[in-house]
Design a protein around this ligand. Structure first.
Ligand code: ACO
Length: 324
C-alpha cells in the first residue's frame, strides 16, 4: 500500500472585466485577426483596481474547498504558485491562509512562472507522500496584466489574470497506475535560458517591479520540444501510452504551441482541454483554471487519467500525471 495525493475538489475564479482583442487594437498597433491567427487568443480577463492576486486565489480556493466539501480548517498546507505576488514578502500564500480563516498549518509561495502549478502539485504530492501533511490547497493565481509593457504589442496581447485551485488529500493506493491520485511528477529547469523570458526588475536588482521581456520565437521552439519531452517522461515512467490519456490539460500559452505538442505526442485533439481562447495566458493559473472548467462541466470524470504540463520563465518546465 502507498500514500497517494488524491484530488478532492477543484475551483477557479476569473475577474469580471473582459478585454477583447478589438479593444486592445485601439491601444496598440495590432488586430484581432493577427492575435487569433498567431495565438488563438480572443480575449483575456483583467483584475479590477485594488483586486489583488490573493483575492483571486481566495475565491478559487474557496470554490475548490466547496467542491471538496471541506472547511479551510481541514487544510494543512497552502501553496500559491505565482509570479505576481501581492508584495515582495510575505508569501501571498500566508495572506490567503489568513483570509481563508486558517489558523494552523503552513503556507508558502512557489515561483516557477508558468510551470508554477506543475511544481506546486509535485511539492504537495511529495509532502503528502512523506506523511508530513494530509490535505493541501494548491493554487495558481496571477495578476499578470500588472507586469506587462502595454506599449509592447509582441507581449501585451498574450496574457491575462485569473486563479485556479485543487484540493489534494492523502489516500491509500496499491502502487499501480490504477490508483487515484498523482501518479508521478517530472520537473526540469535550465537557467541558461534566462534571457528568453524574464521580468526586467526586482528588489535586488532595480528596486522596481519591472515588465515582462520575451524572445517569442525562441520560447515557442523550446516550449514544444520540452513540453513534449516532459509528457513523454510521464508516460514512460508509468509504462503508459498517449492513447491511455483521457484528458490532456496543457499550459494555455498559445494555441499553436498546444497543437504542436499534441501532434508531437500523437494525442487525440478531442482529448485536449483548451481555454487559451477565452483566458489568454494566465501563467501559473492556466492549468488549474482549465482543470476546474473541465471537471466542473463533467468532461473530466473520477478515475480518468489526466496529463498536465507547462513551461515558463527560467526556463522551468514539467508534467504531472494524475488519476482523477
Ligand atoms: N500584432 C501585430 N503584429 C505583431 C504583434 C501583434 N500583437 N506582435 C508582433 N507582431 C509583428 C512583429 O513585429 C513582426 O513584424 P515584422 O515581421 O514586421 O518584424 C511580425 O509580427 C512577426 O513577429 P514574430 O515575433 O516573428 O511572430 P511569431 O509568428 O513568432 O508570433 C508570438 C509571435 C505569438 C509571440 C509567438 O512567437 C509565440 O507565441 N511565442 C511563444 C511565446 C509565449 O507564448 N510565451 C508565453 C510565455 S512562455 C509560455 O507560457 C510557454
Amino acid at each position: 500500500m502507498v500514500r497517494r495525493s488524491v484530488v478532492a475538489g477543484s475551483g477557479s475564479y476569473l475577474p469580471a472585466r473582459v478585454l477583447t482583442n478589438d479593444e486592445l487594437a485601439r491601444q496598440v498597433d495590432t488586430s484581432d485577426a493577427w492575435i487569433v491567427e498567431r495565438t488563438g487568443i480572443r480575449q483575456r480577463h483583467v483584475a479590477a483596481d485594488g483586486e489583488l492576486t490573493s483575492d483571486l486565489a481566495v475565491r478559487a480556493a474557496q470554490a475548490a474547498l466547496d467542491k471538496a466539501g471541506f472547511g479551510a480548517d481541514a487544510v494543512d498546507m497552502v501553496l500559491v504558485a505565482t509570479s505576481t505576488p501581492n508584495e515582495t514578502f510575505p508569501a501571498t500564500a500566508t495572506i490567503v491562509q489568513a483570509q481563508l480563516g486558517m489558523h494552523r498549518g503552513l503556507a508558502f509561495d512557489i515561483q516557477a512562472v508558468c510551470a508554477g502549478f506543475v511544481y506546486g502539485v509535485a511539492t504537495a504530492d511529495n509532502f503528502i507522500k512523506a506523511g508530513q501533511v494530509d490535505t493541501v490547497l494548491v493554487i495558481g493565481a496571477e495578476t499578470f496584466t500588472r507586469i506587462l509593457d502595454w506599449t509592447d504589442r509582441s507581449t501585451c496581447v498574450l496574457f491575462g489574470d485569473g486563479a485556479g485551485a485543487l484540493v489534494l488529500q492523502a489516500g491509500v493506493g496499491e502502487g499501480t497506475v490504477a490508483d487515484r491520485g498523482v501518479l508521478s511528477s517530472h520537473l526540469y529547469s535550465d537557467g541558461r535560458h534566462h534571457d528568453m523570458l524574464y521580468v526586467d526588475g526586482g528588489p535586488s536588482s532595480t528596486g522596481k517591479v519591472g515588465v515582462l521581456k520575451m524572445a517569442g520565437r525562441d520560447v515557442f521552439k523550446h516550449a514544444v520540444i520540452k513540453m513534449a519531452e516532459a509528457t513523454e517522461a510521464a508516460l514512460s515512467a508509468n509504462e503508459l501510452q498517449a492513447a491511455d490519456v483521457d484528458w490532456f490539460v496543457p499550459h494555455q500559452a498559445n494555441r499553436r504551441i498546444i497543437d504542436g505538442t499534441t501532434k508531437k505526442l500523437g494525442l487525440d485533439r478531442e482529448k485536449v482541454v483548451i481555454t487559451v481562447d477565452r483566458h489568454a495566458n494566465t501563467s501559473a493559473a492556466s492549468i488549474p483554471l482549465a482543470l476546474a472548467e473541465a471537471a466542473g462541466d463533467g468532461r473530466i470524470e473520477r478515475g480518468q487519467l489526466v496529463l498536465i504540463e507547462a513551461l515558463g520563465g527560467g526556463l522551468a518546465w514539467g508534467s504531472n500525471l494524475i488519476r482523477w
